[in-house]
Design a protein around this ligand. Structure first.
Ligand code: E4P
Length: 217
């Protein structure tokens, strides 16, 4: 399972990278705005900076909602760095743009996916990644994890190569459940990733080992 961090915060990206387990980064316009990154030129520079911090894929989202605009924006983003994955919204024009980019060998991430049917379309259009938003489904009392299971079954039935990128991961159990269900990738906050480290018996056991070592020395 690949681990992506879902942030535009360079400090957190560096921290996850330092753990040695980071495979990539996802961003979206809201995450950019949260870091105070505004204006096309600043956003482009920030994508370049993120690419310097990690070796893996970096999803950069288009703002255009029409085919021609998405193609123009996506081509400019893809030209920044081979690590860039063009992130496209799950709308009709986004699917057309996904097909365009996949036929040109440019990596894509179809975002804002909330149903198995949408994920099927993204795979048909040759998406590199599909991003089902599990946390936002949970927010409206709908089982987000069930969507991961449905997409896994459909993709396996037909051997689709599109990678299931579990997005809108909010906490550590989401990561574990997505791993059990066979998601190819998860993207979440640093706090959810670091939650995987924690177990009180680890802390108690380590304290005892260190205490016993001191007794013998
Ligand atoms: C995915 O690519 C999105 O950036 C993200 O996971 C959305 O998460 P949220 O629902 O916590 O905003």
């Amino acid at each position: 399972m690949k681990f992506f961090i879902d942030t535009a915060n360079l400090t957190q990206i560096r921290e996850a990278q330092a753990l040695g387990i980071l495979d990539g980064v996802t961003t979206n316009p809201s995450l950019m705005a949260k870091e105070g990154i505004t204006g096309a030129a600043n956003i482009i520079n920030h994508y370049k900076a993120i690419c310097q911090e990690v070796e893996g894929d970096v999803s950069a989202e288009v703002i255009a909602t029409d085919f021609a605009g998405m193609v123009k924006e996506g081509e400019a983003l893809a030209a920044l760095n081979p690590q860039i994955v063009v992130k496209l919204p799950m709308i009709k024009e986004g699917i057309k743009a996904c097909k365009y980019f996949s036929s040109k060998g440019i990596k894509t991430n179809v975002t804002l996916v909330f149903s198995a049917g949408q994920a099927l379309l993204a795979a048909k259009a040759g998406a590199t990644y599909v991003s089902p938003f599990i946390g936002r489904l949970d927010d409206i009392s709908t089982d987000g994890l069930n969507l991961i299971a449905e997409i896994r079954q459909i993709y396996d039935n037909y051997g689709f190569k599109t990678q299931i990128l579990a997005a809108s991961v909010r906490h550590t159990m989401h990561i574990i459940d997505c791993a059990k269900l066979g998601a190819d990738v998860m993207t979440g906050p640093l706090s959810a990733i670091e939650g995987l480290l924690k177990h009180p018996l680890t802390d108690i056991g380590l304290a005892k080992f260190l205490e016993d070592y001191k007794k013998g020395n």
